[in-house]
Write a protein that binds this ligand. Structure first.
Ligand SMILES: [Zn+2]
Length: 209
């Protein structure tokens, strides 16, 4: 078994003080560090939301829109976000407490201004792949644990895509290593992931095993 850990968007922008803060987002940092140093993983990868300043998911690009409005992007419904994780800004950097030394590969996403990319694997329109599926297949990954920010968006879409795009790979959500934007959305997202075949586990179980 080749077990990989995928850290989703543990960036300043999604932590308290960031432009799109998730409540308690910084609390996943020590969980990630403990898991990375646990010796339980053969491979550690991270995704990084990496938007151009004119990204179409930003409310600022839609005249009259406010952040968190439901708008449209390239003809599809799109939650309009505050400007966040703009390429080259501190908001897009990984949280300073995250130990980057064990991360073998960083998958940037969200670079195309015309489509959002919640998933680390492909754009929301499912047309363009990021390359992460190929990378993990090439490494012979057979089990993938996913955690990070935010449970109800990027973690959820990444986990669902992992099940869909990596057949035969055991996919698990590390629940206490993830934080979400909307409490109801988090609950629904976890049920959706579970229904799709994602096992829901806690870091304590992994560290104790
Ligand atoms: Zn984004």
């Amino acid at each position: 078994m080749t077990r990989a850990l995928l850290l989703i968007d543990i960036q300043n922008g999604f932590c308290p003080g960031g432009n799109l803060p998730v409540a308690g987002g910084d609390q996943v940092v020590p969980v990630a560090n403990a898991l990375m140093h646990s010796g339980r993983y053969d491979l550690i990868v991270a995704s990084q939301d990496w938007h151009p300043a004119n990204h179409g998911s930003f409310a600022s690009q839609h005249p009259g829109a406010k952040p968190f409005d439901l708008g449209e992007l390239s003809g599809k419904p799109q939650v309009l976000w505050p400007d966040h994780c703009v390429q080259g800004t501190p908001d897009a950097e990984f949280h300073p407490g995250l130990d980057l030394s064990a991360i073998a590969h960083v998958q940037k996403k969200g670079e195309n201004p015309a489509v959002d990319s919640y998933s680390a694997f492909r754009d929301n329109d499912r047309a363009a792949l990021t390359g992460l599926v190929g990378y993990l297949k090439n490494k012979g990954v057979t089990a993938l644990d996913i955690m990070g920010l935010a449970t109800d968006y990027c973690v959820r879409f990444s986990a669902l895509d992992a099940v869909d795009m990596l057949p035969g790979v055991q996919v698990r959500l590390i629940e206490d290593g993830s934080r979400g934007i909307d409490p109801d959305g988090v609950h629904a997202a976890i049920e959706e992931m579970r229904s799709a075949g994602v096992a829901v586990v806690s870091s304590k179980d992994i560290l104790a095993a």
